[in-house]
Design a protein around this ligand. Structure first.
Ligand code: UT7
Length: 325
């Protein structure tokens, strides 16, 4: 039993300026605003500017999260950055962020679990804080998926977008209060038998190219519904809480139909679901922290609220996190 709990001190996000609308996409591939909205709920997404890298998005989001947490960057001793679109094969994008923030202590590394990346990253940081090995962690989800899309494949290019979100966590001694703040439980899962359902067809060791995203959308959709539900159930059971106790459901923003279906299945009313997929598209590892930041800034998520996050992505990987904000 751990003696520490990871408390979320603050969050921040950043989106590139350039908005790409559905109607613009309809001029590029055989699609329509109507199809995209009906099948995904997406209306627009952001695209990084030429020369704007994943680290640039991550740094901007991190600065905002650190400011919101009311700490100094130098107090952070762990950076875990989730991305599938790093600036370079190595070093990790996390060390670029670390250097730019002027942090010279602790550890910094990337985590790669595609759309489940943020859940994996926050679960990893939580384990280090619970062990007492690190004290304050910056957990980032940052992506420039526009760089790995096949812009002629209408089945994928309409879905993804660029962006970054970050949270600052602090390991605190458990105080035993009933509604104690912090991460209550995390769940990470993977099943590599399904890796060919959603993958990038290039890489340093295989093709020596970056490659493009390939997805069997319908197959991913089918598994997403089942896997997400099972991991949410596990997280709620372990914490001994009911779905009706959840104040805010913050799902990975993949497709509005998946979010709505999952919320309905758990009896979580629509007004307690944070939805940003309409404005951001699917930003993979960035989508949960982007949504958290939107809902904290607009006053929905408040200190003491019970927040349930979930994600599912390539691998397959999937997972859930339950936190008292
Ligand atoms: O975040 C990581 C996890 N990823 C996901 O969770 C994504 C999960 N999958 C999905 O969200 C959905 O499967 C998609 C949005 C990708 C696709 O929606 P769908 O309802 O599963 O469509 P579909 O792939 O079954 O395609 C239905 C039809 C096909 O035409 P036919 O074969 O019925 O004639 C497609 O060719 O829609 C066609 N289609 C399109 N039509 C217009 C596929 N993409 C488009 C498009 N515009 N952009």
């Amino acid at each position: 039993m751990s003696t520490h709990r990871s408390v979320i001190l603050g969050c921040g996000s950043y989106l590139p300026e350039r908005v790409l609308s559905n109607s613009e996409l309809a001029k590029m591939v055989d699609t329509s605003d109507e199809w995209i909205v009906e099948r995904t709920g997406i209306r627009e997404r952001r695209i990084a500017a030429e020369g704007e890298c994943t680290s640039d998005l991550a740094i901007a989001a991190s600065r905002r999260a650190i400011e919101n947490a009311e700490i100094e960057a130098g107090e952070i001793d762990l950076i875990v950055l989730a991305t599938s679109t790093p600036d370079y094969t190595f070093p990790a994008t996390a060390v670029t962020v670390q250097a730019e923030l002027g942090i010279t202590q602790g550890a910094a590394f990337d985590v790669q679990a595609v759309c489940t990346g943020f859940v994996y990253a926050i679960s990893t940081a939580n384990a280090f804080l619970q062990s007492g090995q690190h004290t304050r962690a910056l957990v980032i989800g940052a992506e420039t998926f526009s760089r790995i899309l096949d812009w002629e494949d209408r089945g994928t290019c309409v879905i993804f977008g660029d962006g970054a979100g970050a949270v600052v966590l602090e390991g605190r001694k458990l105080n035993g209060a009933a509604n104690e703040r912090g991460i209550i439980t995390t769940r990470m899962r993977a099943d590599g038998r399904y890796q060919d359902k959603l993958y990038v067809d290039g890489g340093p060791s295989s093709t020596q190219t970056t490659g493009h995203l390939r997805m069997e959308g319908r197959e991913v959709f089918k598994h997403a519904v089942v896997n997400i539900a099972s991991v949410m159930e596990e997280a709620l059971d372990e914490a001994g809480v009911d779905a009706k106790d959840v104040d805010w459901f913050v799902p990975h923003q993949a497709n509005k139909r998946i979010l709505d279906g999952t919320a309905r299945r758990f009896g979580i009313p629509e007004e307690r679901v944070v939805v940003t997929v309409d404005r951001h598209g699917n930003t993979s590892a960035a989508s949960i922290p982007l949504a958290l930041d939107v809902a904290q800034k607009d006053g929905r998520i408040k200190q003491g609220d019970l927040v349930l996050m979930e994600a599912m992505g390539g691998g397959f990987t999937w997972g859930a996190v339950l936190v008292r904000w």
